[in-house]
Design a protein around this ligand. Structure first.
Ligand code: 13P
Ligand code: SF4
Length: 315
């Protein structure tokens, strides 16, 4: 079967069933091409909350599908590959959050959505890469503190601290993304030399020294919008994030040229979802293997910090 045939089958199966297919920008491009909606973590959480179909197929990683499940306890959330897990989430568990609270009474706990449902359940508020600065500012004001606990990504915490001037105590200090921390200052200097007219866009999960070399720092959707709104004379961009976003933009903006900041910036966890698996899921919507269901006791407690984030990042 050719790729085109598989994609056509997926489009047909979607029409025949009460299903929505959401895909993150890091998904294989052939999945992005057949998705109903694409987005960053924040945008997809909003879409998941608004979904009115019986089934939500979440082409992304586990924490994204879990967030959709927390927001939709009455719906069936399906993840094509059970191996599509974000390793960053493993840096922080709920006991570490509880210990931190005991050690730092009165400080709010901000957790990046790239975390387990159990960690979210122990948090005051969640954040994504697109609203971390805003969330840290607002929650510290609400708690009347000048510091917050931030986990599990120490680089995003560092970025939020730099921009908000609110201390983000990293929990744990070594939490990171293996894809974004691959990019070094030397890599950036080299590629900027090779493409001296290109703008350099970077994700806040990159290290501080790398971020400081960028023309723009933002989430995947923010980078996409930056390119979309760029003047026609800006035609070249170095992309400091995962390959999938570059592939999306190369299709959507054919008059612009894109260079991946480093060849190896591929999230193998995101790529565990394949077009074949996506079709298979659509053919077996009631197969429990694909379902992601956060237990209701955890989901109830995790809902509040997620909904609070959605309220706080509206304005
Ligand atoms: P975005 O919120 O930018 O989509 O990022 C999610 C993520 O996993 C980055 O590695
Ligand atoms: Fe997790 Fe990094 Fe992959 Fe994002 S790119 S899903 S943070 S491993």
């Amino acid at each position: 079967m050719t790729l085109k045939q598989i994609q056509e089958d997926i489009l047909k199966l979607k029409k025949q069933n009460d299903v929505i297919l959401l895909a993150h920008y890091y998904q294989p491009i052939e999945i992005q091409e057949v998705a109903d909606h694409l987005g960053d973590s924040l945008g997809l959480s909003r879409l998941a909350k608004e979904a009115n179909t019986e089934y939500i197929i979440f082409a992304g990683v586990d924490f994204m599908a879990e967030t959709a499940s927390i927001l939709n306890q009455d719906k069936r959330v399906l993840l094509p590959s059970s191996e599509a897990c974000c390793p960053m989430a493993a840096f922080l568990d709920e006991n570490m959050v509880k210990e931190f609270r005991l050690d730092n009474p009165g400080l709010p706990v901000v957790t990046y959505v790239n975390s387990t449902a159990a960690v979210k359940a122990e948090s005051d508020i969640c954040c994504t890469s697109s609203n971390a600065v805003q969330i840290v500012e607002k929650i510290s004001k609400e708690f009347n503190t000048n510091a917050v606990l931030f986990g599990p990504d120490a680089n995003l915490g560092d970025y939020a601290e730099e921009k908000s001037h609110i201390k983000c105590i990293k929990c744990p200090p070594q939490g990171h993304c293996y894809v974004h921390t691959l990019l070094t200052v030397e890599d950036v200097k080299k590629i900027r030399q090779e493409h001296s007219n290109a703008k350099f866009l970077v994700h806040p999960e990159c290290e501080r020294e790398v971020r400081h070399l960028a023309d723009f720092v933002g989430s995947t959707a923010q980078m996409y919008n930056k390119v979309k709104k760029s003047p026609s004379e800006e035609t070249q961009f170095i992309i400091g994030t995962e390959l999938g976003l570059l592939e999306r933009m190369a299709q959507d903006f054919p008059n612009k040229k894109f260079y991946l900041a480093k060849d190896k910036m591929i999230c193998y966890n995101m790529k565990k979802n394949t077009i074949e698996l996506t079709k298979y899921v659509l053919e077996h919507l009631d197969d429990p293997t694909f379902e992601v269901k956060v237990p209701s006791e955890i989901a109830k407690r995790a809902l509040n910090p997620i909904e609070k984030m959605l309220r706080f990042s509206k304005i």
